[in-house]
Design a protein around this ligand. Structure first.
Ligand SMILES: Cc1ncc(COP(=O)(O)O)c(C=O)c1O
Length: 439
């Protein structure tokens, strides 16, 4: 057993005990999207940027609810609003004032939001956006880019390395065309075909910018091409929305899509999501269209507790300099991580947009640390080779990173926390070298 695994197994012994029980009942050993070896850490409580695990270890949190908690865990103002709702009713079974207030906040912040409709998750948001696009154009195919993630429904799954045997019918798989995130390739597809309803993309690149969009004109080029060919442009802002700026990536990069999909921050850390966009596309949901309307259901869509959390979060983002603080902390973190790489003479670098930070090991790149310019196959190799070991070595040092090899920085990470994280990374590099994982 390597030293890193041994330290981990000892440090998180109670997590292991729980995991062994959970996997008898829940096939994935708990509700994780990725397999964490040898077992995941079990967390009992989380406040601000600190999580406490079952063994009483304190961990600096950079998962921040898979990016949902830009205000940190259990933000007091958000919790207060949710508490109030929990005692006044969690489901009204009809319309209620909070959904209007929530929709108006989304409209105020997100440039493309002429109309809004709430969903239960980000996956539901991309499913609904694709359906709206098909209905609007009368066409059927969706174009998505390799490595761009849009949830787990059947039309979002092609390109994720799965086969028909995994339960998705072949005819559904062919409803989505997966192409390289390359404007010439997109142009070729849109010129040569007349069955494309929509192009969907993550605006900072695949997997929350792990595979950055390297062409600075990519988004505006996609906008021009989709307009020219009457194809709906769907910007998937499930992660980027309210993070890249308070108006999302679309405000930051001044590109307005036809439809925007949201979840995570929009719902203030509670389960929920949203689709927003052009009135003429969104109004296909209207009951006035009778049997021609786009059908959409969801028992918990716009439920009052989620609405309360969403409104409180969006109001704070609108009022306070949360985004600029998180961005400044990310710049400090990237500098600290790069300093450790130089100190220990490890090849690699940190990059990322706004409050998102990714690390790449065993690569040489001379980019400015914003959108890494390395070939995507190099990025894939680095992430695949090192992400598990780096995550484990960092947990041993008291830091809980996101999957890939990355960090979601919040508005409540401060300079001390950031500097401790960089130091922890230096120790992790030493441990990785001692175990022969890096040179
Ligand atoms: C860009 C993007 N789209 C869609 C989704 C799916 O969202 P959810 O997990 O809420 O279904 C995610 C989830 O991480 C995401 O990152």
């Amino acid at each position: 057993m390597s030293n890193i695994v041994e330290t981990y197994t000892n440090k998180f012994a109670k997590s292991n005990e729980l995991y062994q029980k959970v996997r008898q009942v829940i096939p994935t050993g708990g509700h994780l999207s990725r397999d964490v070896k040898p077992f995941p850490v079990a967390v009992e409580e989380a406040t601000g940027v600190i999580k406490k695990d079952l063994d009483g270890n304190q961990l600096i949190d950079y998962m921040t609810g898979y990016g949902a908690l830009i205000l940190g865990n259990s933000h007091p103002e958000v919790i207060e609003e949710v508490k109030k709702r929990l005692v006044t009713g969690t489901h009204m079974g009809t319309i209620h004032p909070l959904e209007l207030e929530w929709a108006e906040m989304v409209k105020k912040l997100i440039p493309s939001a002429e109309r809004v409709r709430f969903t239960g998750t980000g996956t539901e948001s991309t499913l609904l956006a694709m359906r709206l696009a098909r209905a609007y154009t009368g066409k059927h195919k969706i174009v998505k880019f390799r490595e761009h993630f849009h949830g787990w429904h059947d039309y979002a799954s092609p390109g994720a390395g799965i086969t028909e045997q995994t339960g998705i019918p072949a005819e559904t798989m062919t409803g989505t065309l997966v192409i390289e995130p390359n404007i010439d390739e997109l142009s070729g597809v849109l010129e040569s075909r007349d069955d494309i309803a929509a192009v969907i993309l993550e605006p900072t690149g695949g997997h929350w910018g792990q595979y950055p969009i390297q062409n600075p004109y990519f988004l505006s080029n996609v906008r021009e091409l989709t307009k020219k060919h009457n194809v709906v442009m769907i910007m998937d802002e499930v992660i980027c929305g309210f993070r890249i700026s308070k108006g999302g990536a679309q405000a930051k990069f001044s590109v307005t899509p036809d439809l925007t999909t949201m979840a995570k921050i929009v719902a203030g850390g509670m389960p929920g999501g949203a689709v927003a966009g052009k009135a003429e596309v969104m109004d296909q949901l209207s009951f006035e269209l009778g049997s021609n309307r786009v059908d959409h259901h969801g028992t918990f869509n716009a439920n009052p507790a989620t609405a309360a959390a969403g409104i409180a979060t969006l109001k704070i983002l609108d009022r306070d300099p949360i985004n600029s603080h998180a961005d400044a902390m990310s710049i400090r973190l990237k500098a600290g991580l790069n300093e450790q790489l130089s100190k220990y003479e490890v090849k690699g670098h940190a990059h990322g947009v706004a409050s998102i930070v990714h690390i790449l090991l065993d690569v040489e790149c001379s980019c400015d640390g914003y959108m890494c310019t390395l070939d995507h196959s190099e990025i894939a190799r680095s992430c695949k080779t090192y992400s598990g070991a780096v995550k484990m070595a960092m947990l041993n040092e008291g830091v809980d990173m996101m999957g890939g090899i990355g960090f979601m920085v919040s508005g409540v990470h401060d300079e001390n926390t950031i500097d401790s994280t960089s130091e922890a990374f230096g120790n992790a590099l030493k441990a990785l070298r001692a175990d022969g994982i890096i040179r």
